[in-house]
Write a protein that binds this ligand. Structure first.
Ligand code: EPZ
Length: 414
């Protein structure tokens, strides 16, 4: 995979783009198959690097995965609970879902601690607190973590922060725990509803996903199922922002509008002209956009994953816009790169001020994480001249065929 993306900017985007299915669902659903005793069939799995890595980890557990187009047939009947001490574990943070799944199924797991985007400290203390509440003991030697339990017994677990990962990981570990587990202050992201509905199809008894209180009544076995992963709301938001930045008339298909309400209402507040259907958002060329203030929040608030792409658009909007991060205080590495292109963004701890009204110009810039990379692509589409984005592998972790999709709506990108 070539690690540079080259963009000749200021092409008007026009046409239709279709969103793939949700990365942050897929990366939880694949490890969750460990809990199944029969074949699981997944439709619309995004062809992204993170999925490829997780398939290799499933293979390490002697789980057969057959890929045909974007359908996966996963056969866990010969699963072996081997230690996951492979460097692939460190390639993505979501590998930590194998902790909850293997603990839940076998009451033992030994693996490397996760890796993933550098968005500042990303502890997993809430995950581990949940596992301990279910009766597990945890030992950590260096970056090897071992979790085991004589027996897993349901308990009431309160999350100090509505963590997406902790909510899902505890849900996985609790599926076979004896009795009832409740997760208070649970995260409410759509991905949590998606994985809970798949587990319930397999015979789990999970109620309340999507609300701040989830209950799991333990069962003894999960069968197989067929599951269609929800569309990726962050990918959808990224293309909608790109269209608002340099689109003439772009329709983004395969969207669940309720999943991106915080974004679309903010864009409308800015003066972006949108038409929303039941499964698409159409963006028309919009002039004289107004600056706005953004505060990131857990769902249904404004998604932290979209503040970086939106920042690129805000560089051209006259006036000062403000972004405040309440989820990842250090998620501002894209600003220095945008400033190399002529933006004028000030960064303070947990917040940025974008002095807009600037015309960006192309130059060499460096992606530092997945959504930073998306922000730089949008900047390249807006900029005069050629932009060369280095470390493009970050982008391929979470955006299926982004170069092809943008080229198909008129971008000059390769
Ligand atoms: C998920 O990460 C997503 N990743 C992130 O998307 C997303 O930004 C994030 O949720 C917030 O929406 C996946 O789903 C694979 P959290 P996650 O646990 O689960 C702190 C992308 O670009 N925290 O809700 O790791 C943590 O440090 C990625 O697709 C603890 O302190 O997010 C952070 O400040 C980036 N202790 C905050 O909570 C814990 O045990 C949010 O974390 C867990 C989290």
């Amino acid at each position: 995979m070539n690690d540079l993306i080259r963009i000749k900017g200021k092409r008007k985007l026009k046409g239709e783009v279709t969103v793939s299915s949700c990365k942050n669902s897929a990366v939880a659903i694949l490890p969750a198959v460990v809990l199944a005793s029969e074949v699981v069939k997944l439709y619309d799995v995004p062809e992204i690097e993170d999925v490829k890595v997780l398939i290799k980890l499933l293979n390490l557990l002697n789980i057969d995965v057959r890929v045909s187009d974007d359908e996966l047939t996963i056969d866990p009947t010969n699963i072996a609970n081997v230690d996951l001490l492979d460097e692939d574990v460190m390639k993505l943070r979501a590998s930590y879902y194998f902790m909850g799944a293997l603990l839940g199924r076998f009451r033992h797991v030994k693996m490397y601690s996760p890796g993933g985007c550098n968005l500042g400290p990303r502890p997993i203390d809430l995950h581990l607190k949940g596992f301990e509440a279910l009766g597990a003991t945890i030992t950590q030697e260096g970056n090897v973590i071992e979790i085991s339990a004589e027996e897993l017994k349901g308990d009431d677990i309160y999350l100090d922060f509505a963590s997406v990962g902790a909510t899902i990981n505890i849900m996985l570990a609790a599926c076979f725990a004896r009795g009832r587990t409740t997760i208070e202050n649970a995260a409410k992201e759509p991905e949590i509803i998606d994985i809970s509905s798949m587990l319930n199809k397999m015979g789990a008894q999970i109620r309340g996903a999507g609300t701040s209180e989830i209950t799991i009544n333990g069962v003894t076995r999960l069968k197989g199922c067929i599951h269609d992963i929800i569309p990726d709301r962050i990918e959808a938001g990224t293309y909608i922002i790109a269209a608002a930045a340099c689109g003439e008339d772009v329709t983004v298909n395969n969207v669940i509008p309720q999943h991106i309400e915080a974004l679309t209402s903010k864009l409308e507040e800015m003066g972006v002209r949108l038409e929303q259907g039941s499964d698409y958002v159409r963006v028309f060329e919009s002039e004289d956009l107004k600056p706005i203030d953004i505060i990131t929040q857990p769902f249904p608030g404004f998604a932290t994953d979209l503040q970086q792409p939106l920042t690129a658009l805000l560089t051209k909007v006259d006036g000062d816009s403000h972004v405040e991060e309440t989820i990842y205080l250090e998620r501002f590495k894209h600003c220095a790169e945008l400033n190399k292109m002529g933006a004028d963004i000030e960064v303070a701890p947990g917040k940025s001020t974008i002095h807009g009204g600037k015309q960006l110009h192309g130059t060499d810039i460096f992606a530092t994480d997945l959504r930073c990379g998306a922000s730089l692509i949008i900047a390249g589409l807006m900029a005069e001249g050629e932009t060369v984005i280095h470390n493009a592998y970050h982008i391929y972790r979470g955006y299926d065929s982004i170069v092809e999709k943008l080229r198909a709506i008129g971008a000059e990108i390769k």
